[in-house]
Design a protein around this ligand. Sequence first.
Ligand code: T5A
Ligand code: NA
Length: 211
Amino acid sequence: QQNKEMINRGLFILFEGVDRVGKSTQVQNLVKFLNDKQLSTKAMRFPDRTTPIGTIINAYLQNSTNMDDRALHLLFSSNRWEAKDSIYQALNSGVNLVVDRYSYSGVAYTAAKGIDFDWCYACEKGLPEPDVIIYLSMNSEDATKRGDFGGERYEKLEFQKKIKDIYESKLMTPKWKVVDANRDIETISKEISDIVNKELDIIKNKQISTI
Ligand code: T5A
Ligand code: NA
C-alpha cells in the first residue's frame, strides 16, 4: 500500500485526427522517445481489432459486412469499455499509455453520419479521460493523398471533411494540443515530445478523471 503511493501514475496521452494525418506514425515515435528516457510506456489503439468485438468492427471497416449505424457505434464504444480495466491497471502501475484514437473518434465518426451528437457522446461517459490530447491537423485534400488512402469504408473525401468539422467545432476544447500534421515526420515528432515533456511534470500527481 505505502509502496504503491510512492509510484507516480502513468500519463494517458491520446492522438486524435481524421484518417491518414499520421497518428500511428507519431504514436510509435512518442513511445520510443519516452522509453528511451527510461519512462515505461506502452502503445494502445482503438479499435482494438484483436478482441471478439474488434473482429466484428474490422469486418465492417473492410466493407465486408453491413450494420446499423447505432449498433456499430455501440460496438466501438464497447471496445473501449472492455479495455477500461487494463487502462487503469497500466496508469496506476506507473506505465504511460500512448493511445491511437479513443472516444472522440467514436463520436466524430458516428455523428458525421447524422446521428445525434449527445447520443453518441453518452456511451463514452465514465471512461478514463486522457491527460493530454494531441490533435493532428491538416486539410482533408492533403490527407487523402497519403499512402493507402481509400482502402477502408470511411476513406472518402466528403465524409472526411464532415468528421474534421465535428472534431474542430464540437469536440475540441482549449486543453487540446493542435499540431500541424502537414510537415515532415521528424519536425512533428519534435514538437510533440516537447509538449509531452512539459505535461509530464504538470500532471504527475493529478487523479485520473473520467469523461
Ligand atoms: N473509428 C475509430 C470509428 O468510426 N469509431 C471509433 O470509435 C474509432 C476508434 C479505423 C477507422 O475506424 C474509425 C476511424 C477509422 O476510419 P484506424 O485503425 O485508426 O481506424 O485507422 P488506420 O487506417 O489505421 O489509420 P489512419 O487512416 O487514421 O492513419 P494515421 O494513423 O493517422 O496515419 P499513419 O501514421 O498510418 O500514416 C498514414 C500514411 O501517411 C504517411 C505514412 O507513412 C502512411 O503511409 N505519413 C506521412 N507522410 C508524409 N508526411 C508525414 N508527416 C507523414 N506521417 C505519416
Ligand atoms: Na492509424
